[in-house]
Ligand binder design. Structure first.
Ligand SMILES: [Zn+2]
Length: 155
């Protein structure tokens, strides 16, 4: 087993806790943390409805918080952990922030841009290459989403 695995799962667990915050607000439960040198420098959870903001995805809010904390719009050497595979907007923001590595939990079959639909980071259109990995605590991350939508469908 690779030495990194327990760490990745630990940070994903933190992202899952934030997904629960989103759920408590009636938002689609997605959570994200930005980690640098073994500590969280930014947290975010999906708040598009609460903030009336179509860009308020977990990843974007976590990046905004981290950038503010670091007093730098770029976050080199940082990793972002998110419970669900990022969309195009979030991928773009991750590139702008110069995030080193992105780790996601469950795939997003419709809008996922790292692996599910397009391997966007493989396209030669960005001047920053980021590493990525999926499938960390995949089942737990996917359960949070499917339970949310199941409950929504109940009368
Ligand atoms: Zn997004």
């Amino acid at each position: 087993m690779s030495k990194e695995l327990p760490d990745d799962e630990y940070w994903m667990q933190q992202a899952l806790l934030l997904a629960q915050k989103a759920e408590a607000q009636g938002e689609v439960p997605v959570g994200a943390v930005v980690v640098r040198q073994g500590r969280i420098i930014g947290e975010g959870w999906n708040q598009v409805i609460s903030l009336n903001d179509p860009s308020a995805h977990a990843e974007v809010l976590a990046l905004r918080a981290a950038a503010k904390n670091e007093n730098n719009y770029r976050l080199p050497g940082s990793e972002l952990f998110v419970t669900i595979e990022p969309c195009t907007m979030c991928f773009g923001t991750l590139v702008h922030a110069r995030i080193q590595r992105v780790v996601y939990g469950a795939k997003e079959p419709r809008a996922g841009m790292l692996d599910s639909n397009v391997q966007i980071s493989e396209l030669d259109i960005y001047n920053h290459k980021l590493q990525w990995q999926g499938g960390i605590l995949e089942q737990a991350c996917s359960d949070v989403i499917s339970q949310f939508f199941r409950k929504k469908r109940e009368p």
